[in-house]
Design a binder for this molecule. Structure first.
Ligand code: MRU
Length: 340
């Protein structure tokens, strides 16, 4: 569905109700949301107080992906530099465009860096397909373009390396079964959808070579928040001696946070997403109840994988160890922010 979003209310609803989703796309939408906020503030009686209220409204939409607050803070700084409402609106539009363009560029670079990991595995497997397991959707539907975890997969595919992707269905919203599978299919990448609980079993049988996931917020020490279920995939990968990489642009790094388990806000969504499942039936999207009416449900949308379980981080500047030292080698200018 292509939806026109012309007001802050519409943008906030689209983000919180997940008409659009995925860390990078949420950030880009937050950037354009701030342009709409500035436009609405410019036609109000009091620019500053209207902008403040609308910024809060956007900030409240989803808590875990730091791309949203990073984009909003960047917009606040850019808007504050201008003096007239007209200039503020113009700057907000330009900044939104920059955020979106940067997201696409960073994701393309992640693909180029991540390619090396797949190439090395391909050399060892001598022509046999590389089996990559991914969780949730961190492809071009979740970003402005290319994606993060899927970007190296697409780059490898373009380079003629044989890849096959195990797609976790990703309950309860089924981003894997619905979005990742669709994206890979559109791209012509061989893939198989598996039940969320199948990954460990496949790893034990030698049917997985690499785990590649995205991230909604990564701390300065390399802890990775990603879609619920990622942590157990990392545990299984460690038990089976398999590489587990998280791919993320720097817009997903929270330099102010260190201990992911204690500090990263984990979104709790409506339990109805667990109670009900939706899918295609007779050409329409239908929703059916899965659980007994009297059983309560809980819906934590993300979990945190501690850095010790992460083989490495694939960023737009290269691949690094999931640690403060690793990240600072790539982003030395962030030392100040992180230590404050
Ligand atoms: O809740 P969503 O669909 O916005 O989930 C975010 C994700 O897509 C992931 O957790 C993803 O793996 C990393 S960011 C695209």
């Amino acid at each position: 569905v292509v939806e026109d979003l012309a007001t802050v209310d519409q943008m906030a609803a689209a983000i919180s109700q997940m008409h659009l989703r995925g860390a990078g796309l949420i950030g880009a939408a937050g950037g354009y949301g701030m342009y709409l906020a500035a436009s609405e503030a410019a036609s109000s009686k009091d620019f500053e107080s209207t902008l403040h209220a609308k910024t809060d409204q956007l900030m409240q939409t989803r808590p875990t992906a730091v791309n949203l607050s990073n984009a909003i803070h960047r917009q606040q700084a850019a808007i504050a530099k201008e003096t007239s409402p007209e200039k503020k609106v113009h700057t907000a539009f330009e900044t939104a465009r920059l955020i979106a363009e940067e997201d696409a560029r960073f994701c393309r670079q992640i693909g180029e860096h991540g390619l090396k990991i797949i190439q090395e595995l391909a050399e060892k497997k001598r022509g046999r397909p590389i089996n990559i397991l991914t969780h949730c959707n961190a492809g071009w539907l979740a970003f402005v373009d290319y994606g993060t975890a899927l970007s190296p997969v697409y780059t490898a595919h373009t380079h003629g390396i044989k890849v096959h992707v195990w797609v976790d269905e990703t309950r309860p919203r089924n981003q894997g079964a619905m979005l990742t599978a669709w994206e890979l299919g559109e791209h012509g990448v061989p893939h198989t959808v598996i039940a969320d609980n199948a990954a460990g079993h496949l790893m034990q049988r030698g049917e997985v070579d690499l785990v590649l996931v995205g991230s909604d917020r990564t701390t300065a020490k390399g802890d990775v928040a990603n879609k619920i279920g990622t942590y157990t995939k990392a545990l299984a990968a460690r038990d089976n001696n398999l590489p587990f990489y998280a791919a993320l642009p720097s817009s997903s790094i929270d330099w102010t946070m260190h201990d992911g388990l204690k500090e990263i806000p984990i979104e709790k969504r409506n339990p109805d997403e667990v109670h009900f499942v939706q899918g295609w039936a007779e050409g329409e999207i239908k929703k059916v109840r899965l659980t007994p009416e009297k059983s309560p449900a809980q819906n934590d949308a993300f979990d945190v994988t501690p850095s010790r379980l992460v083989t490495g981080l694939i960023t737009e500047r290269g691949i690094c160890e999931a640690s403060e030292g690793g990240l600072f080698k790539l982003y030395p200018e962030k030392k100040e922010t992180a230590r404050r």
